[in-house]
Design a protein around this ligand. Structure first.
Ligand SMILES: [Zn+2]
Length: 432
């Protein structure tokens, strides 16, 4: 623990003791009841939800969230991107808001916790502050972002990066993003009005389920997210020589499929050999012409690499590329890598924010660990314009994007209590 965090810890120690008293901790029963109520909108027979953005279920869920925000004493508006924003003013004039929240749209056939815990948890924070009559120095904004699952639509707009082309993308609702934004009360023609600039938001904190099994397996209460991993994709083309599978002897072949098999194994081996938490995956493969009696003349496969550090992703790629060159020479099958333009850079969370969330967890007697997020979140956008932190709570068995997704009421309450105390610490100057 260095001097700065010690100072921060001292700074919010009185607030922590206030929050630690049972009457100022998140209410697991209220959280659970609201998660279940929200789960009614778009409920599917398997016990989860299909509440894709802009659908009727999403519309109904959004109305429920607006009511909860109003009940928590928030003034509710919908911005130009359709983000629902509930605000309570701060004590001190002119300070930028502290923003907390997540999303309530789901994937088709999704569960009741992904995103929902972060929105319901953020409302819980606002409600606890209102019930106890605590005024913050900063304004507080609780946000439910539009269409997270369709490509971080709402947060992308909030950082000024939702393009006209991005608004023409078709969504699972059968509407384009543009049509969807209009349906939920946004204004796609004035999308720039949703944009905030660096300095406009004092801090952004997102509570979310882990969607992996690290916390559950290790029985840890809180994940302090170090950042959202970056993603790079390549189309890899292996050129061989298509020839008759019956008449071409084994030593006279330029078999693109055999080279592809070696490359797939090399990707896995290289990723395991280099120390770190990066991952590398070949998830798609196609052989041409694709007939049982023809030696494949061409194979196209995908390569995906993810990590928190751009340099590490490049290092893994360079090693794979070198292995590929060896395979290509050995088998006379040239291998070309073409990077696909879907890359999202790594989005580290704010260092100071990680320290605050860790210190808050510790003070509350909760176990915690620092960890990356392998999945994308609105926080990765927000990290580009505001000091951003992210709090994970355990997903039972690491299951997500499934009706079997589950996080216990106690774990949700732990997360919301950490969120509340993180907000109090930031409001008390812990970020400065
Ligand atoms: Zn999510």
């Amino acid at each position: 623990m260095n001097i700065r965090i010690l100072a921060a810890s001292l700074l919010f120690a009185p607030l922590l003791s206030l929050a630690q008293s049972s009457e100022f901790a998140a209410d697991p029963d209220r959280l659970e009841a609201r998660i279940q109520a929200l789960g009614e909108f778009g409920a599917n027979p398997e016990g989860g939800v299909s509440r894709v953005a802009f659908s009727d279920a999403d519309m109904a869920g959004r109305e429920y969230i607006k009511r909860l925000m109003q009940d928590a004493g928030l003034t509710v508006r919908v911005d130009a991107a359709g983000n629902i924003i509930g605000r309570r003013e701060g004590e001190q004039e002119g300070l930028p808001p502290i923003m907390i929240g997540s999303h309530i749209d789901s994937v088709p056939g999704g569960g009741n916790y992904d995103g929902d815990v972060g929105v319901i948890g953020a409302i819980e924070v606002a409600q606890l502050l209102a019930e106890r009559g605590v005024r913050l120095q900063h304004p507080l904004e609780v946000v439910s972002f539009t269409d997270e699952e369709g490509g971080l639509t709402g947060s992308r707009a909030m950082i000024g990066k939702l393009t006209p082309a991005g608004m023409e993308v078709m969504t699972h609702s059968g509407m384009t993003v543009r049509e969807g934004i209009r349906r939920v009360g946004g204004d796609p023609d004035r999308i720039v009005q949703a944009a905030r600039r660096p300095g406009d938001i004092a801090a952004f904190v997102e509570l979310h389920i882990e969607q992996g099994a690290f916390l559950h397996d290790e029985d840890i209460d809180i994940g302090v997210v170090e950042g959202i991993v970056g993603i790079r994709w390549w189309d890899v083309t292996i050129n061989g020589l298509a020839n008759h599978a019956g008449t071409t002897p084994m030593d006279k072949r330029q078999d693109a499929m055999v080279s592809a098999a070696e490359l797939v194994l090399a990707v896995n081996r290289v990723a395991r050999e280099i120390p770190g938490r990066h991952v590398a995956t070949v998830g798609r493969i196609q052989a041409l012409p694709g007939a049982p009696n023809v030696i494949p003349g061409e194979v196209v496969l995908s390569l995906e690499i993810r990590d928190l550090e751009a340099e590490k992703m490049q290092q893994v790629f360079d090693r794979i590329s070198a292995e590929a060159a060896g395979i290509a020479a050995e088998r006379s099958t040239p291998i070309e890598f073409h990077e696909v333009d879907v890359a999202s850079p790594p989005a580290p969370t704010d260092l100071q924010m990680r320290r605050i969330i860790s210190a808050v967890s510790e003070e509350l007697g909760l176990s915690f660990k620092l960890m990356p997020s392998g999945a994308g979140h609105d926080a990765q956008d927000m990290a580009t314009i505001a000091p951003t932190g992210m709090i994970f709570v355990p997903s039972v068995d690491g299951i997500s994007h499934s009706p079997r997704e589950f996080t216990s009421p106690a774990d949700m309450a732990n997360g919301a209590t950490v969120l509340l105390n993180t907000v109090l610490a930031i409001d008390g100057g812990a970020l400065e």
